[in-house]
Design a protein around this ligand. Structure first.
Ligand SMILES: Cc1cc2nc3c(=O)[nH]c(=O)nc-3n(C[C@H](O)[C@H](O)[C@H](O)COP(=O)(O)O)c2cc1C
Length: 176
């Protein structure tokens, strides 16, 4: 098994965190990893809003709790809110301009972020459920921007789980 696969198996959605605070420089390292991901025409159509100060973390946790899900987020020690930004695809690339690749770009960046966090001993959980309007208003994120996802972070207090995934035969078709 490659070191990369080991790391990918180690990364898991972490929903229990210890009391240990997250070092600010580790969050920057994760954002740097995110920015190393490929993006269509290298546009990097994202911005990272970091909740690290305890007051900001408490506000972010409040608005990442859904009605039924994500009650555990109050255990997280930091949050990174990722907004989708404008992608300036060069006019010369008229074919690429017909499509919106930003969600792919953000997904790739977030996986890099989470893998670097794992390498640094941190746990992460990507959150797709949050109160976008409240988060934007609380953190003065411009209202025209769209929040793509939020990442909850902290030192894990979860046990390592076995990965449950579809069998490869189900997701591969060999073409001829
Ligand atoms: C786009 C996206 C949104 C997600 N939203 C949530 C969420 O709101 N709450 C949560 O607990 N997990 C969330 N997850 C985590 C998934 O449930 C998790 O990645 C999946 O079950 C696989 O488990 P693993 O990450 O431990 O390998 C999300 C994952 C992705 C990629």
């Amino acid at each position: 098994m490659t070191e990369l696969i080991k790391l990918m198996k180690q990364r898991q959605s972490c929903r229990h965190y210890s009391d240990k605070p997250v070092e600010a420089e580790k969050i920057v390292s994760c954002i740097n990893a995110a920015c190393l991901a490929p993006s269509a025409c290298n546009t990097q159509p994202y911005h990272f809003y970091v909740a690290h100060a305890p007051e900001a973390v408490a506000v972010a946790a409040e608005y990442c709790k859904g009605e039924k899900v994500n009650k555990w987020v109050s255990e997280a020690k930091a949050f990174v809110i990722i907004t989708q930004e404008h992608a300036e695809i060069p006019a010369a690339n008229s074919e690429a301009r017909k499509r919106d690749f930003r969600q792919y770009d953000i997904g790739l960046a977030i996986e890099n972020f989470c893998l670097e966090a794992t390498e640094l001993g941190l746990g992460t959980c990507i959150l797709g459920v949050f109160n976008e309007e409240k988060l934007k208003a609380s953190f003065r994120i411009p209202s025209h921007k769209s929040i793509a996802l939020v990442i909850a972070m902290g030192y894990p207090a979860d046990e390592q789980r076995e990965k449950k995934r579809k069998p490869l035969e189900e997701v591969i078709t060999y073409l001829r």
